[in-house]
Design a protein around this ligand. Structure first.
Ligand SMILES: [Zn+2]
Length: 264
């Protein structure tokens, strides 16, 4: 059914008015970066929105990977280890492996983190898994997903008659948000005791493989895709100690065990 733009704007306007008189939060401080921000949706709405979207998004990404419960528990263990030291440790974090055939990871509002099984196969150590999950937890901590919803509401309300607003704006993360999630992710990795250099090893491998055209460009799309961003991450990584857990053997045993026993 096609909804006329005027009715759509009226609907969104009514939703916003409803929020003004119910869970409206107004000016608040961002829990991750400390900046003041104007909130249209409350934390409760953010969490409920994430859970209501989750089933649909997981289906879109090939459904949940349930064949290896030990691997699911391992990913959840790494995720919760980082979430516990994040700036929003109280969110109801959930870490779900999905069957998406592309290497992919994403965060839904309220702390639901999805990572594709294919992505797990591309990583080499627990520290690299921690790097991917920490980046997504950075998005959750800084309310990037909630801000995406707020942007979408505003654009739905005001419309875009001249198509001036790029299609992607308000739907995904902005470049600044990606860089902030990179920084926050490294901070959380260090707090959780992981080797922050895993962020650089992922980026280096990606650059090498893309250069040789061995991998699709969307690989590690939630990680540095521009040289400037990579250089910024390199500089930021230098601030952390050159130590921390890498756990290469543990990771490879956990990730490949299911495939080994299937071959027997
Ligand atoms: Zn991201």
């Amino acid at each position: 059914m096609i909804i006329p733009p005027l009715f759509k704007s009226i609907f969104v306007f009514c939703v916003l008015i409803n929020h003004l008189f119910t869970d409206f939060e107004g000016f608040q401080t961002n829990p991750a970066n400390g900046h003041p921000e104007f909130r249209f949706i409350s934390e409760k709405q953010e969490i409920m929105g994430g859970f209501s979207q989750a089933r649909f998004v997981i289906q879109q990404m090939g459904g949940e990977f349930t064949q290896d419960p030990e691997l699911s528990a391992y990913v959840a263990y790494v995720g919760h280890r980082i979430a516990a030291v994040s700036d929003r440790p109280y969110l109801p974090y959930d870490f779900v492996i999905v069957n998406d055939s592309k290497p992919n990871a994403m965060c839904l509002p309220g702390g639901i983190i999805l990572i594709s099984h294919r992505m797990l196969l591309e990583l080499k150590s627990e520290a690299e898994l921690a790097a991917i999950l920490a980046h997504e937890i950075g998005h959750a901590s800084a309310r990037h997903c909630a801000k995406g919803i707020e942007r979408r509401w505003i654009f739905d309300l005001i419309g875009d008659p001249f198509a001036l607003i790029p299609r992607w704006f308000g739907l995904g993360m902005t470049r600044n948000e990606e860089m902030e999630a990179d920084y926050l992710g490294m901070e959380y990795m260090a707090r959780a005791g992981y080797d922050v250099r895993a962020v650089i090893s992922i980026a280096d491998r990606r650059r090498h493989l893309v250069k040789k055209s061995l991998l699709p460009l969307e690989l590690f799309k939630s990680h540095p895709s521009h040289d400037t961003r990579l250089q910024a991450n390199l500089r930021h990584a230098e601030k952390f100690p050159l130590s921390g857990d890498r756990e290469e053997e543990t990771y490879q045993t956990m990730v490949y065990w299911y495939w080994v026993i299937r071959q027997v």
